[in-house]
Ligand binder design. Structure first.
Ligand SMILES: Nc1ncnc2c1ncn2[C@@H]1O[C@H](COP(=O)(O)OP(=O)(O)O)[C@@H](O)[C@H]1O
Ligand SMILES: [Mg+2]
Length: 295
């Protein structure tokens, strides 16, 4: 009887959600996270620094039964580059989508700059939050009818209410930074996948978010176009000082650029640490298997 099973499932989920403790106090959480993270990341901690993203006991189920995130706990520090690895279906995209409110968590807490974003938020708060969180998708998601420059300008004029002149100057600056100044007037269909993705990155950066989320930004690209996109991301990480959470299968990039590597499986963070710890001395058997099968 599926109806009864669904009900049972719903009750079980409700119980699990209720068992999640309230979000930790900001100062306490920062101290605890610092203590926990100091050996797990190459990030240079400032005295009394607080994490910019704090995920506590995050749970997400779809349709009341498919449990995709079971209990995700993760902190990200200002300027840190965190690469998230894991097999397909492990919940990586769902976690990113919960962080920028494209999905509503079932239970648990996400705090951005110590402000809880899980729970009811006013539309203005949601919009403000989205401005602080840039996202780059696997599929670029550019507007096909706009030029590269138009794509980089539109969020600035519509959301940030910048003047056309200001937005254009910023767009050209960011297109230059990703090596596409000479393609500013091209439409997406006239650009390669790699170029489109670089436009998408320029668009995200032009909004000057505090945190940039990347969901497998190079997975849809032909192999010869991957390098250019990774170079742009590396430049942002090393010279732009951006806080970045990058879901990727690019092991070389993760090893060289990440401050911390996080391995997810089955809706939980199974292992995390500095790249050399996770890649060369994985503690968890599943991490080792995954890295062995892909590396
Ligand atoms: N909107 C949705 N409705 C139902 N199931 C979903 C939805 N989005 C994702 N899932 C399921 O959640 C699981 C994890 O998905 P996802 O977060 O995309 O994993 P990953 O990015 O690690 O490959 C998958 O089994 C997927 O089918
Ligand atoms: Mg995914």
């Amino acid at each position: 009887m599926p109806g009864r099973n669904n009900l049972r499932e719903a009750i079980k989920l409700r119980r699990m959600a209720e068992a999640v403790p309230p979000a930790m106090d900001a100062t306490e959480a920062a101290l605890a996270a610092h203590e926990r993270d100091k050996t797990l990341t190459k990030h240079h901690f400032e005295p009394s620094e607080h994490p910019c993203v704090r995920i506590e006991h995050l749970m997400k189920t779809f349709d009341g039964e498919t449990q995709v995130l079971t209990d995700v706990n993760l902190t990200v520090w200002p300027g840190e580059v965190v690469c998230v690895l894991g097999p397909s279906g492990s919940g990586k995209s769902t976690m990113l989508r919960c962080i920028n409110l494209l999905e509503t968590p079932t239970a648990g807490h996400i705090l951005i700059e110590d402000k809880e974003i899980t729970g009811r938020l006013h539309t203005t708060e949601v919009n403000k939050l989205r401005q602080n969180l840039g996202m780059v998708f696997q599929s670029f998601n550019l507007f096909p009818h706009l030029t590269a420059k138009g794509n980089v300008m539109i969020g600035q004029t519509k959301v940030l209410k910048k003047s056309k002149e200001e937005a254009e100057a910023e767009a050209l600056k960011q297109l230059d930074a990703v090596g596409l100044l000479d393609r500013a007037d091209f439409k997406p269909a006239q650009l390669s996948g790699g170029q489109q993705q670089r436009v998408a990155i320029a668009r995200a950066v032009a909004m000057h978010p505090d945190i940039l989320l990347f969901d497998e930004p190079t997975s849809a690209l032909d192999p010869e176009l991957v390098r250019g996109v990774l170079d742009v991301m590396r430049d942002l990480a090393e010279n732009g000082g951006m806080t970045m959470i990058v879901v990727t299968h690019e092991m070389g990039f993760a090893r060289e650029v990440a401050d911390r590597v996080v391995f997810m499986e089955g809706g939980v963070v199974v292992e995390q640490g500095k790249p050399e710890q996770v890649f060369d001395h994985p503690k968890n058997e599943r991490t080792a298997q995954f890295l062995g099968s892909i590396g």
